[in-house]
Write a protein that binds this ligand. Structure first.
Ligand SMILES: Nc1ncnc2c1ncn2[C@@H]1O[C@H](COP(=O)(O)OP(=O)(O)OP(=O)(O)O)[C@@H](O)[C@H]1O
Ligand SMILES: [Mg+2]
Length: 378
């Protein structure tokens, strides 16, 4: 049985709306000026009713969205389609952003538009939690993919190496009996190709964490300083290469030659990415977030070396795939896509990890982190 609506009921409803704090519930006039306000609006957006009533609701939007005409468009959609629903970033009074879930309903009386009811919910926490979860899932999926490629690469590299050994032995035997100019030239060309193949298979083994390492206790700063001149040569004349070393680092157990090869790879990548600019090789310590680095142990202290450039950076798609073997964006013959794979495999085989931070237009930083050795500081 329905009951006639009394003034008392309306007062109760009004009271309820005014006091709801989880939702900003307010009315707009047909042009988008705020007519009413509630406690949720005050809590979520930071304005008191005296400050906001009479103001245009576009002030909750970012300047770029106002330029694009988003506020007017949302009212036009609500008017023509009977409802507007959206999720996006909105601006609080203090200028900070929050993730908002928004519903706008047109309010009509006898067909005439009186205004709009707008309900906004702050879903920033849920949104951030979802983003973090998705990021962790992406990182894990990528790590699993790289592990699987590692196994495959290991098998291929072993067989490939054995075949190349046979090819090189045969070429050696042939060279002893075929000494005329034409034969020697052909044998030399075949030998060079086989040696290049052998270098590739060594890099593949490095990616698969199966190269022979010769780890010793080293001071990272000493290793970087010792090879700095070589890194400068690789960087070339138009790119400046500097170091920024944090003193008194714990020692690390590492193969010095492979670390140098890894840093060479990083410096040459940075050089290739830039037409002039600056490369900084810095050292320090870090305790990694293991949700972002599945290969890292969040309880350990790591000693890190980072090669940072101010080049064009990578898209997220390139960043996620950059360490896969044979992934390259360079022209045929200019890159084999094994540089970062060596860095990845070397770091992993040294019980550490490698990570890439890069944003298009803002440069790239690749970090190799190796666990601090359990010995007293130097
Ligand atoms: N510093 C950087 N700035 C921008 N992009 C980079 C940088 N370093 C690597 N990349 C991207 O990652 C890809 C893979 O790098 P990687 O070193 O593994 O292979 P490569 O440089 O293409 O070839 P190779 O090192 O075998 O000669 C590059 O092709 C490039 O697209
Ligand atoms: Mg490279």
């Amino acid at each position: 049985m329905s009951k006639a609506v009394t003034t008392f009921d309306l007062d109760i409803e009004h009271l309820l709306l005014r006091n709801v704090t989880d939702y900003a519930i307010y009315m707009l006039d047909p042009q988008g000026f705020v007519l009413s306000w509630n406690a949720g609006g005050e809590r979520i957006k930071g304005y008191f009713d005296t400050e906001i009533i009479g103001q245009h609701f576009s002030r909750f939007y970012a300047p770029e969205e106002i330029r694009r005409g988003d506020p007017e468009r949302s009212l036009a959609i609500a008017r023509s389609e009977g409802r507007y629903e959206a999720e996006g970033w909105r601006v609080r009074k203090d200028g900070s952003l929050f993730r908002a879930s928004i519903v706008i309903d047109p309010i009509r009386q006898d067909g005439e538009l009186l205004g709009f009811a707008k309900v906004t919910r702050d879903i920033t926490e849920k949104y951030n939690a979802q983003q973090n979860l998705q990021r962790t899932e992406r990182v894990l999926a990528q790590a699993q993919k790289v592990h699987a490629i590692g196994k495959l690469t290991l098998g291929v590299a072993h067989d490939f190496n054995n075949l190349l050994t046979v090819v090189m032995n045969c070429l050696d035997l042939l060279s002893a009996t075929h000494k005329d100019d034409r034969s020697s030239q052909l044998i030399r060309a075949a030998m060079e190709a086989a040696e290049r193949g052998s270098r590739l298979s060594r890099q593949m083994l490095a990616f698969s964490r199966a190269q022979e390492l010769n780890p010793r206790l080293h001071d990272l700063n000493e290793l970087v300083t010792r090879s700095m001149e070589r890194y400068r040569q690789v960087a070339g004349a138009i790119v400046c290469c500097e170091s920024d070393l944090k003193p008194d680092l714990p020692k690390i157990m590492v193969d010095a030659d492979q670390l140098e090869a890894a840093l060479m790879n990083l410096v040459s990548n940075a050089r290739d990415a830039m037409s002039g600019g600056r490369i900084v090789i810095s050292t320090g310590t870090c305790t990694p977030d293991s949700s972002l680095h599945p290969d890292a142990d969040g309880r350990k202290e790591y000693v890190c070396v980072t090669v940072r450039d101010d080049g064009p950076g990578m898209t997220e798609e390139v960043r996620l795939r950059a360490m896969e073997p044979f992934f390259t964006t360079k022209d045929v013959g200019r890159g084999s896509g094994l540089g970062l794979s060596q860095v990845y495999g070397f770091a992993a085989q040294s019980d550490g990890f490698a990570s890439i931070e890069s944003t298009p237009g803002e440069g790239t930083a690749v970090t190799i982190a190796i666990p601090a050795a359990e010995t007293p500081h130097a």
